[in-house]
Design a protein around this ligand. Structure first.
Ligand code: ZN
Length: 139
């Protein structure tokens, strides 16, 4: 088994910016030269998250509305009281989704569904420069 690590650099708008990174993950996989295995994408940071979705404008809006419902931006957060950075909602939202997503690959191709894209969500309350870690394990 071989492990190959790559990065994906993103400049986000923050404020629940939902970004389709499927092409960048596929490109990292292609450069690794590995044929069969699993790829994990990870964000080191507590206001970003990763998952998959059918990436189309309707669902992007639905996701934003969903997160606003379960962790409202203007809600009351102890984190904001303690740190005054105003992004308590962003931490709560990202903890719910988690900091990584994994997908298997075979014959050098990600085994995603046709209507399934890998997304990074930046929940923070300001634009950020992010460097996602792509770790590819396989042979
Ligand atoms: Zn914070």
């Amino acid at each position: 088994m071989t492990v190959v690590s790559k990065t994906i650099k993103l400049n986000t708008k923050g404020d629940t910016d939902i970004i389709n990174i499927t092409d960048q993950v596929a490109a990292a996989l292609s450069k690794s030269g590995l044929i069969d295995g699993v790829v994990t994408v990870f964000v080191s940071g507590s206001t970003g998250a990763l998952t998959t979705v059918e990436y189309e404008p309707g669902l992007v809006q639905d996701l934003k509305a969903f997160f606003e419902k379960i962790a409202p931006k203007t809600g009351s957060y102890e984190h904001n009281t303690r740190w005054h950075d105003g992004n308590g909602y962003a931490h709560v939202r990202s903890s719910l989704l988690g900091p990584s997503v994994s997908a298997p690959f075979a014959k050098g191709l990600l085994m995603l569904g046709t209507w399934q894209q890998i997304i990074f969500i930046d929940f923070d309350n300001r634009p950020r420069s992010r460097e996602l870690i792509v770790q590819i394990m396989g042979e």
